[in-house]
Design a protein around this ligand. Structure first.
Ligand code: SF4
Length: 250
């Protein structure tokens, strides 16, 4: 894994129609690149000028060492705004253990009262910041946890370097028990047992998103799309999506 420390020019990226997080005013990415290396990740579809080639996805990480400082500088933008943290990386990937940029950014943001803050992760490392998260108003902060399958064999195929299904269940439960709003992001919907997904998630999550793989043409393990071609057919995707949504609204 190549780790590159950089000084970013800005850290709050304005969102507009067509942006990755277009329901928010800003996205915030303290890292560029992502060590979790999900095979289906959409980020390589939108490389910025510093990014390496999409085929190297998962092999490099830029660390924006001045991210907390930039937040302080841009604090006027944060008051009353909505922020998606993060749209193009995982803010709690393992580099966070060394750099603590996400923690420092959150500590800054806490002073400047955003109207809405959504953290999005696959990682149990967020639990190390749980006391900090509890300081945000429950109506302001929610945590989206990516939960794409209940089957850890499938998880290993599509998300080889990301935390296990079991760790994510523990994470969702711990956030819920801490009084934090948890949104399950079943996106993309991977091969799974839908009844089991509902059983695992329903007691703990307040909302869920379900979506299919975007940009299959950049999937870096196309053989998996072939192996599970039946599950990825529009009819099965629609059927499973409707089932999960219905069970949650029941
Ligand atoms: S965790 Fe998110 S940003 Fe990282 S590789 Fe997976 S989908 Fe992409």
């Amino acid at each position: 894994m190549e780790i590159i420390e950089v000084e970013a020019k800005s850290i709050l990226t304005p969102q507009h129609a067509g942006s990755l997080s277009d329901h928010y005013d800003y996205s915030l990415n303290p890292y560029a690149g992502c060590a979790f290396a999900c095979t289906y990740c959409y980020v390589p579809k939108f490389p910025n000028k510093n990014n390496r080639l999409p085929k190297e996805w998962g092999g490099w990480l830029e660390v924006k060492t001045n991210a907390p400082k930039l937040i302080r500088k841009d604090r006027a933008k944060i008051f009353g705004s909505s922020i998606f943290f993060s749209s193009a990386t995982d803010p709690y990937q393992y580099a966070e253990l060394k750099y603590r940029l996400t923690r420092q950014c959150l500590s800054e943001i806490l002073h400047y009262h955003p109207a809405k803050l959504t953290l999005h992760t696959r990682s149990h490392l967020i639990l190390q910041d749980i006391e900090l998260l509890k300081k945000f108003d429950r109506n302001v902060l929610s945590v989206g946890v990516s939960f794409t399958t209940n089957d850890d064999t499938v998880r290993k195929e599509f998300e080889p370097k990301a935390p296990s299904v079991q760790k994510r269940v523990q994470l969702i439960k711990a956030l819920h028990e801490a009084g934090i709003n948890v949104v399950a992001s079943i996106a993309p919907l991977l091969p799974c047992q839908p009844e089991e997904m509902v059983k695992l998630l329903k007691p703990y999550v307040s909302k869920l998103w379900v979506g299919s793989i975007n940009y299959p043409e950049i999937n870096n393990k196309p053989e998996l799309l072939d192996k599970y071609r039946d599950f990825f057919s529009p009819s099965i995707q629609n059927r499973v999506t409707s089932f999960i949504k219905q069970e949650f609204s029941a």
